[in-house]
Design a protein around this ligand. Structure first.
Ligand code: HEC
Ligand code: HEC
Length: 449
């Protein structure tokens, strides 16, 4: 609600900006563009009249609907996670809240009744009992995990976008707090969670490997990572034999950015449809004939992943609002105490000047307006991951809110542990010859974005 009212206010002010100077707010009543208008003062009426604007009302309802979808919609993927993988059996048998928090799952404190919150604060909740896990699932409190119950029996389970793309602020305890939608969950060990499933035969058959091999691959990913492409191309390892998984990217700060994912598969809504159908295994429709390339995507081409049709279609009707919600998620601002403001100001000059960062990371989007893709050689890295996507390039990452995903490192596979490592890489790969002072100022600037 809070975010909605802020948007209403912002849109209301923007509408005033269109009006001519003076008290007459009717757009088009002026003789021409008024260049010397003072910035419109937020009038008291703006807040009360604009919510009735049909465009603002539509924006509000799309955001509410999209947020529901992002947080709670499984698109019918219980048929995969429950019926096929039987993940619910493992949860009911062995996943205590301590184990769930241990693999990076998060608990939404706002979904808990006050007495349970009080008990948690007092350390009176048994975190070693699977019954507690089931109670949390029944409250819809485990972020991104939807339990299906038959009475008190967990009969199936599904996942939502939020499992990977939300975390919490740890306000009650580590892993328990208020939702932070769009923040990548860099604690989440997706591979370890999938590996809990008693029956991975359907996935092993898809990939054409024994279940034991699949389990090894899943356990190799580690926290904060997932491999969306392995189900298309079957490549579980990089040429150096390290895992081919990528970091979960932020799903905030995406408005104005043309292409998405590390390798620019498409727009936000392209990828939303891709992931809901092909990764979460929801029931929907997906069309992308680029996946018919049997050399690049042998599994996807064989399985006709670019031609998915389901009846009923539980995904397509949700895409508009989901897209709108994604675009409304702003990148969070770093707390002032987390960077040196004076050094950051100097670092901005380095970013836009000597270090040539802004030639690709164009402020304030910090990616290129237009076709934001680059060959691996332009950023001085190998092209393994780029070659796994249709464009065979890397997408210029938008840089706002970097502080919110520094865990797990930077670049698609987290190869650079710190921002200084990133800066040192560019310094040598692009022969920038930055001084030590320029480098540390640049890092402070990156931390301030
Ligand atoms: C299992 C974890 C997981 C789930 C569930 C998941 N994602 Fe993602 N998401 C990822 C990973 C990993 C990537 C990066 C993929 C790549 O680059 O190959 C990604 C990329 C994205 C991006 C691109 C962000 C950017 O950098 O431009 C968006 C948008 C996104 N996901 C939205 C969603 C939505 C919406 C859902 C639910 C329909 C969803 N994701 C479900 C893991 C997940
Ligand atoms: C030729 C275009 C280009 C230039 C110049 C460039 N970048 Fe990048 N940047 C990229 C691309 C492409 C990626 C994505 C790499 C990947 O996916 O592995 C990236 C990724 C990053 C990341 C990692 C973001 C994340 O989410 O992990 C940081 C930080 C970064 N760049 C900072 C800089 C700085 C600082 C400079 C200047 C020294 C700079 N970039 C210059 C294109 C560029």
């Amino acid at each position: 609600m809070h975010r909605f009212s802020k948007i209403v206010a912002a849109v209301g002010i923007a509408a005033l900006g269109l009006a001519s100077c003076g008290d007459d707010h009717a757009a088009g009543s002026s003789d021409g563009p008024q260049v010397n208008c003072p910035p419109p003062a937020p009038s008291p009426e703006a807040g009360t009249t604009s919510p009735a604007d049909p465009v603002v009302m539509r924006a509000g309802s799309l955001i509410n609907e999209g947020r529901q979808t992002f947080r709670f919609d499984t698109f019918g993927d219980e048929a995969f996670w429950g019926d096929a993988l039987k993940l619910h059996q493992a949860i009911a048998a062995s996943v205590t809240p301590r184990a769930a928090l241990g693999v990076g799952l998060k608990v939404d404190v706002e979904a808990l009744p006050p007495d349970l919150v009080a008990q948690l604060r007092a350390g009176q909740v048994d975190l070693d009992s699977t019954a507690t896990t089931l109670a949390l699932l029944q409250l819809d409190a485990v972020i991104g995990v939807k339990g299906v119950f038959n009475g008190s029996q967990l009969s199936s389970v599904g996942i939502t976008c939020a499992v990977c793309h939300s975390t919490v602020d740890d306000s009650l305890a580590p892993g328990i707090g208020k939702r932070l939608d769009g923040w990548p969950n860099r604690d989440l060990n997706v591979g370890a969670i999938v590996n809990l499933s008693p029956d991975l035969s359907s996935v092993a058959t898809l990939l054409g490997v024994p279940q034991s091999t699949l389990r090894q691959v899943l356990m190799s990913w580690g926290p904060g990572k997932f491999d969306a492409e392995v189900f298309m191309d079957g490549k579980a390892l990089r040429p150096d034999n390290s895992p081919a998984a990528t970091l979960i990217p932020p799903a905030f700060g995406l408005a104005g950015v043309n292409l998405h994912t590390w390798t620019g598969w498409g727009s936000v809504t392209h990828w939303n449809a891709f992931v809901a159908n092909l990764e979460m295994h929801g029931k929907g429709t997906f069309y992308d004939p680029r996946l018919d390339d049997a050399t690049q995507f042998p599994i996807a081409a064989r399985e006709r992943f670019g031609h998915v049709r389901s009846d009923p279609d539980l995904i397509t009707p949700k895409l508009a609002a989901l897209h709108f919600y994604q675009l409304a998620l702003e990148a969070p601002k770093p707390p002032a105490a987390t960077f040196d403001a004076a050094a950051a100001t100097r670092g901005k000059t380095v970013f836009e000047g000597a270090a040539q960062c802004a030639s690709c990371h164009v402020p304030p989007l910090f990616t290129e307006p237009g076709w934001n893709m680059h060959a691996a050689s332009e950023i001085g890295i190998d092209d393994f991951q780029a070659q796994r996507a249709p464009d065979k390039r890397y997408r210029t990452s938008p840089l706002k809110g970097l502080f919110a995903h520094s865990k797990g490192g930077f670049y698609h596979d987290g190869r650079f542990a710190t921002l200084m490592d990133v800066v040192n890489h560019y310094d040598s790969a692009r022969s920038l010859k930055l001084t030590a002072a320029q480098k540390s100022d640049l890092v402070e600037y990156l931390k301030s974005l």
